[in-house]
Design a protein around this ligand. Structure first.
Ligand code: GLN
Length: 474
């Protein structure tokens, strides 16, 4: 079977009878089995997926199939699927089974998507390389010695390796876009407040969003359209009805685009990625768009503000894993306090513990004003400046990552080095705006990399139109 890059192509072949959903699911299952050693999936729902495929094949015959019929989707393992295990790639959720479906899962299923399994990720979505999973590394589909990115590394690798058409990930500071860049797929972080987090394991609640990883912009738009919109179980959502994202049109308007001079001059940005950015800028100018270099003098504040605020939120969100309510409980505990202490010490991995401690510190009475309150002020500053740029320009163009997929161990000994990998992705989470990574580059080392576009809040429809335009020029 060919490698499909869009639901439209799958649909055409389903309609003409060239393939069936069952054959398609079997194709993906075979690819998953063939590359089992890549450790991309934590669990494959083979029987459920095949049973569902049979039903959808019937629906296609009867012309009653939903708009996602033929879309086989993998889920990052922090998204609840009723009756299935859920671990956030952590030992602390050992034995936990979801009692209900996340809203995003309900919505995918309602439109006849098939869920093929849960993918490996960094523990509690904390990381940029997938090396923080309690269940082992995910290998990059093009080079086993390299990381796929993180934290949604399994989701990105699954799409790139043709183990599913699309996947869902979560993005708190780049966890959809960075692995998308490393693996050569499209990754979207929607505007904060677009997609329900009901049934999603929380990391940093004022940042977390769910979004798609796909091959095409059209599929990203269709999946977002399906999962977005108000949900009575998540009060942080915009109450406006979900937009028809898939109906974006690209009538070739002339765009006003900003690019951040400071990003291009940043030490550590790979020279080829920089050149590709400059070439893209020139190309867009030649096509009649207005491109402006703007200053963003706060680049060095992004990563510190992100790590102060997200660790604070994480320390609160992760307090629920106490050895009593769910999952792992230490066998060495002798009383209530040692149950808490030992279960958490043994159940959480090193990076998660580091962040809980850091977050507890920045929230502590003596340091709250110096770190947490200061972090909030810096966030406001960053937001104001970013929105000021977006008031004058429709989009901001920037790299997704400073380099291509790195080797295992290259950054893991030094947390700060790893955190700096997030330099270009955290801005959109700190400010709540949407951002998409597009697989527009191939490095001379053979690895793909992404170019990122950010837009104004709730302006995904135009973002998709522009993204599609860039992809077509590829
Ligand atoms: N790499 C970032 C971090 O470790 C982003 C994680 C994410 O978006 N979930 O926090």
């Amino acid at each position: 079977m060919i490698k499909y890059h869009s639901l439209a192509a799958i649909n055409a072949d389903l309609q003409s009878g060239k393939i069936t959903v069952t054959a398609l699911v079997n194709h993906y299952l075979k690819n998953i089995a063939d590359k089992k050693d890549y450790n991309i999936f934590l669990e494959v729902f083979a029987d459920d997926a095949l049973a569902q495929a049979k039903l959808i094949d019937e629906k296609i015959k009867n012309k009653t199939a939903g708009k996602l019929a033929g879309a086989v989707i993998a889920l990052k393992d922090n998204i609840s699927v009723k009756g299935k295990k859920l671990s956030a790639s952590s030992k602390i959720l050992e034995g936990y089974t979801s009692l209900y479906n996340a809203t995003v899962v309900e919505r995918l299923l309602a439109h006849d998507a098939i869920i093929i399994g849960r993918t490996n990720c960094d523990e509690f979505a904390m990381g940029s390389s997938n090396e923080n999973s309690a269940f082992g590394n995910v290998h990059h589909p093009l080079d086993e010695s390299r990381v796929p990115g993180g934290s949604s590394g399994g989701s990105a690798a699954a799409v790139a390796a043709d183990m599913c058409l699309a996947a869902l990930g979560t993005d708190t500071g780049g966890s959809i876009r960075q692995p998308a860049s490393f693996c050569g797929v499209v990754g979207l972080k929607p505007t904060y407040g677009t997609v329900s987090r009901y049934g999603i394991i929380a990391y940093a609640s004022s940042f977390d969003q769910v979004g798609p990883l796909t091959h095409s912009v059209a599929d990203a738009a269709l999946i977002l359209e399906t999962i977005a919109g108000p949900d009575e179980y998540d009060s942080t959502l915009s109450q406006k009805p979900a937009q028809k994202f898939s109906e974006y049109t690209n009538k070739n308007p002339k765009y006003k685009i900003a690019y951040l001079r400071d990003c291009l001059e940043k030490d550590g940005l790979d020279a080829e990625i920089k050149n590709k950015m400059l070439a893209t800028i020139e190309q867009l100018k030649a096509d009649g768009h207005e491109l402006t270099a703007v200053d963003f003098p706060f680049l060095d504040y992004l990563v510190p503000a992100y790590y102060v605020l997200t660790t604070a939120e994480a320390s609160s969100n992760l307090s629920r894993y106490d050895g009593i309510r769910y999952g792992y409980r230490s066998k060495n505990a002798t009383d209530l306090e040692s149950t808490y202490k030992k279960s958490r010490s043994e159940g959480f991995g090193t990076e998660v513990k580091r962040r809980i401690m850091l977050g507890t510190f920045v929230l502590s009475a003596g340091y709250y004003d110096a770190y947490y309150a200061k972090g909030q002020k810096v966030r406001r500053l960053l937001q104001n400046k970013t929105l000021e740029i977006l008031n004058q320009h429709q989009f901001i163009l920037l790299p997704t990552t400073p380099g291509t997929a790195f080797k295992f161990g290259e950054n893991s000994a030094d947390p700060i080095k790893m955190y700096l990998e997030d330099i270009f992705t955290v801005q959109s989470n700190l400010t709540g705006i949407p951002a998409i990574s597009l697989p527009l580059g191939t490095h001379s080392n053979g690895l793909p990399y992404g170019i990122q576009v950010m837009a104004n809040k709730f302006d995904e429809k135009n973002l998709f139109a522009f993204a599609d335009y860039l992809m077509q020029k590829k």
